[in-house]
Design a protein around this ligand. Structure first.
Ligand code: S3P
Length: 430
């Protein structure tokens, strides 16, 4: 059911501390690696968002026993060879990560499977994964020459490949690494730009081997992985909504606890610092996936230019960075971000249209957007477009508007942040 949520300006700052939910990318991967590893994997702070629950449901259909307990999620992996041909269609829901990464696993399995998702997934390009997977020797078909779901896969007998990725995408890279782990010989993947490296880090956690030389990743096939213990850090992409909220709502001071600070994900910290935000990092641990607290206070901000190889490190944060830019003095230019057009929605169109309705001075370009600040925002009726990050961006915007914001399909936030509205209320009560 599509709901309309009324959001009123609280006319006070955000104060206090919260622990944002577990990282979405790492949660997906922990289920996937746990499923193909041998032995038990215990996952703490797993993200119970709808996307990650879709991953659990797919792996259960592949015969993997996965227990959801109060304190942890437990995956009873039995190794690659024990994944079973599914009796039902695998449904990835709204999740691009599930759809793309699971293909890398299924590509190496000697059975048939069919993969679908929701109406958003049905529009997202899959050829970027299916084409290189075919080079490994797997059979994949789907609409528009295997570019769109439903996709059907008959895997097995893979041979390692050397492949230069045409787009900077961690999802594509990860799918190819997962296929490479099952292929005969060595697989080499060249990245045009560094993207998030959670897959590479997790292979090491599961006792596997992977090398990186310059922009080339090298993985040997036939690796047996061993179950392990994973503690998922807080998701910086979720923390981003409160980092920005604290920076733009007067009289705010917020501490975000135990957030993942992986070097390939912290572009937003760099951007906020450049814009003049008062932001401090207290790092607790550097090993594996680094973790720490992020402290942000209300600040005077100035517009900047954001582009180049910084983009992959903040690609999911661009909607909320656009809102940040509406409150910064001068012009902010976001460029080299054409990938935004093929996310859960066309996020250039969605951000420009919906923030525009609230009075932002924002213009879409071919590869990003141009925002003029500082503007006062007004109330209005807006839509999440069924996209969690658009919904949360608009909810944060409502903390500044002169009258109420009516947000249609606010439910979308449950994809990655089920307790998002509780956390807003918690920080407003302090
Ligand atoms: C993700 C990678 C990114 C990101 C997505 C999650 C991942 O997508 O936008 O939300 O978990 O690997 P691309 O790799 O397609 O850019």
């Amino acid at each position: 059911m599509v709901t309309m949520k009324k959001l009123s300006n609280p006319k006070c700052g955000l104060k206090g501390e919260i622990q944002v939910p577990g990282d979405k990318s790492i949660s997906h991967r922990s289920i996937m690696f746990g499923s193909v590893a041998e032995g038990k994997t215990v996952i703490h702070n797993f993200l119970m968002g709808e996307d990650c629950l879709s991953t659990i449901s797919c792996f259960r259909k592949l015969g993997v026993e996965i227990e959801i307990m109060e304190e942890a999620v437990i995956v009873h992996g039995k190794g690659w060879d024990h994944l079973e041909e599914p009796l039902e269609i695998l449904d990835a829901g709204n999740s691009g990560t599930t759809t793309r990464l699971i293909m890398g696993i299924l590509a190496g399995r000697p059975f048939h499977s069919v993969l679908i998702g929701d109406s958003s997934i049905a529009k997202r390009p899959m050829k970027r994964v299916t084409e290189p997977l075919k080079l490994f020797g797997t059979q994949i078909d789907g609409r528009s020459e295997a570019n769109f779901t439903p996709l059907s896969i008959r895997g097995g007998n893979l041979k390692g490949i050397h492949y230069a990725l045409p787009v900077a995408s961690a999802q594509v890279k990860s799918a190819l690494i997962l296929a490479g782990l099952q292929a005969e010989g060595v697989t080499e993947i060249v990245e045009p730009e560094q993207t998030r490296n959670h897959t590479e880090k997790m292979i090491i956690e599961f006792g596997g081997k992977i090398e990186k030389h310059g922009d080339t990743i090298k993985v040997e096939g036939g690796q047996i992985l061993k179950g392990t213990k994973i503690s998922v850090p807080g998701d910086i992409s979720s923390a981003a909504f409160f980092m920005v909220a604290a920076a733009i709502v007067p009289d705010s001071s917020v501490r975000l606890k135990n957030v993942g600070l992986n070097e390939t994900r912290i572009g937003i910290v760099e951007v906020m610092k450049k814009m003049g935000a008062s932001i401090e990092i207290e790092e607790h641990s550097k090993e594996g996936e680094p973790v720490g607290d992020i402290l942000v206070q209300y600040s005077d901000l100035s517009g900047i230019e954001i582009g180049g190889d910084l983009i992959p490190s903040l690609i999911d944060e661009i909607p909320i960075i656009a809102l940040l830019a509406t409150q910064a003095k001068g012009k902010t230019v976001i460029k080299d971000a054409e990938e935004l057009k093929v996310k859960e929605t066309n996020r250039i169109d969605a951000v420009v249209k919906e923030l525009g309705k609230l009075g932002a001075s924002i213009q879409g370009t071919d590869d990003g957007m141009i925002i003029e600040g500082k503007t006062s925002l007004h109330g209005g009726e807006v839509h999440s477009w069924g996209d969690h990050r658009i919904g949360m961006t608009l909810a944060v915007a409502s903390l500044l508007t002169d009258s109420d914001v009516l947000l249609e399909d606010a439910e979308a936030v449950k994809i990655s942040y089920p307790n998002f509205f509780e956390h807003i209320n918690q920080l407003l009560r302090k």
